[in-house]
Design a protein around this ligand. Sequence first.
Ligand SMILES: *Cc1c(COP(=O)(O)O)cnc(C)c1O
Length: 558
Amino acid sequence: MSLARHVDPDAIIRGLHDLHMKEASQKHVHTKGGTSHITPYSTRYASKQDISKFEIPQDGAPADTVHQILKDELDLDGRPNLNLASFVGTYMETQAEQLIFENISKNLADSDEYPAMMQIHARCVSIIANLWGVQKGEKAVGSATTGSSEAIHLGGLAMKRRWQEKRMKDGKDTSKPNIIMGANAQVALEKFARYFEVEARILPVSESSQFRLDPELVKKNIDENTIGVFVIMGSTYTGHYEPVEEISMILDEFETKTGHDIPIHVDAASGGFVAPFTYAQAGGPKWNFELPRVKSINTSGHKFGLVYAGVGWIIWRDESYLPKHLIFELHYLGGTEESYTLNFSRPGAQIIGQYYNLIHLGFKGYRSIMENCMSNARLLSKSLEATGWYTCVSDIHRKKGEHKLLNIKEVFGREDETSADYNAGLPVVAFRFSDEFKKEFPHLTQDTISNLLRAKQYIIPNYPLPPNEEKTEILRVVVRESMSFDLLDRLITDICQTTQNLIDSNAQDLSILHLNKDTSAEKAHSTTGTSRDAKDAKSSHAKRGRHPLTKGVHRTVC
Ligand SMILES: *Cc1c(COP(=O)(O)O)cnc(C)c1O
C-alpha cells in the first residue's frame, strides 16, 4: 500500500484547462449521474459520464454500472498469475475460496462471537509450531498477523522489552538498543528498527557471503546493547537461506565470554513453509526451535503457506519469551482473551483458508508442491544459464556444495532427484546478463528485458542488489505453485526470444522503454518528496519530503 495524498479536484480541473482535452475535461470531471440499469455501458459510450474520482459524488450510480466501470478500470492491472515478482499467493483451490467467501464477514477480533474460528486459529498456531521443531516441555505461543511485517514488529518488540527489563533489573542504561540484520533484509525489518526506536546495524552483504548476513561481521557488531539478531530464512533478493546455526554458535561464544545472552528471531517469511517440507530442508544446519537461541519465528501464510494476501504467523518457542505487560487481556461478553497484536479488527477468513490448506494438503501435499516449485526453479535456472546469455546469482540449481557457475550440459534433472541433491534455498531464480554477454553487448540493459517482458504481460522486476553490491542488478522470478510447466516453458521461450530480439534491434529504438513514467493525476499528487542531493536541498522544493517515494524511500525489494 502506498501512502496516498488528498487530491484537490479544482486544482486538477485548472490543470486540465491547459491540456488539449480542455472541452472534454470540463464535462468529464463533475458531471451528474445518468447511468442506466439496463445497459451498463450505454451512457459511458456516450462519453457524457465519468466516474467521480476525487470527491464523493452527490448521487450514486447503479450497482451493475459501477461494477462494470471498476472491473474495466482494473483490467489495467497486471495479471496476478503472471506477476512473477511476488512471493504472495495468487491461487487457491475453489473449495478454499468458497470457505473464505463464506466467512469473509467474520472479524478475527471478535473471539467471543466466533469461537469456532478462534479454535481453528489455535490449531494453526499449534501445527506451525510443531513444523518448526518446538521442544518438549516448552509452551509455544503465537498468533496470526496481517503478514510477516506485523509479525516481525511483534517479535522485535518482545526482544526489545526483554532486553530492557533485564537491563533495568541490573541497573543499566536502556537508552541505546541495537539490532543486527543483513543489508539484504526486507523493508519490514528496518521498519521495525525505525518505528520502535532501535538502532539498526545493517551489515553489508557480499558475493562471498552469498549476499547473506555475514557471520564474521555479526561477531564484530554485537555488544551488550544488542537486543537480538534478525536472521532471514530465504533472502528476498536471491532466495538464499542465512546461516542460523552458525550465527547461533557465534552468539553462544559471545555469551560464554561476556554473559550477554542475545536471542535470534528468524524471519522465515518465505522459508517457514518451504524448508520444513522440502527434502533439502535448510541444507543441513539447524534453523528453527531445535536451536535454543531461536526464540521466535515468523512466516507469511500468504507466501508459501499458499493463502491469499492477508495472513502471517509468529510463534515464540515458550510463553516466557513474551513479556507479560505486552499482552492485553480483552474482556468480551462473557469471555477473556489474551492478545498481542498491532491490529484489532481484521479479516478472519484467511486463517480458515490456512487451516484448509494444512489439513487438505497435509505434509505430503505441501512437500509435493514445494518440490515441484524447486524443480521448476531449477529448470528455469539451468535453461537460462544454458543460453550463455545469463548467469544465476541464486544457486538452488547447483549441486549441493557447488556455488560457482558451471557449464550446463543438461537442463532436465534425473527423474529420481530431489531438492536434497542441490543447494537449499527458496524457489527463486535471480539472474543477470553473463559477463560474456555484457562484454559483447555493453549497450543492452536488463531493464529493457524487464520492460519487453512486461509487454508480454510477465512482471519480472530488475533490481540492484543490496548496498555494497548495487552495481549488480538482478532479474528475479519467484516460482510459485501456480507456475505450471506449460507456463514455465512459455516463459523460457519468451525470455530467449526477447533477448534475441534485443540483440537484433537498434538500441536507439528502445530508449523510449525507459521513460516509464506514470502520468496519472493520482500519481502526480502522491507523496513525491525531493531527493536527498545537497543541491536539491537548497532549491525551492526543499520543504517537501526528504525521500521521494518514486525513487523508493528505502531501496529494497519485496
Ligand atoms: C515478504 C517478506 C517480508 C514481509 O512480509 P509480508 O508478509 O509481506 O508483510 C519480510 N521478510 C521477508 C524475508 C520477506 O520475504
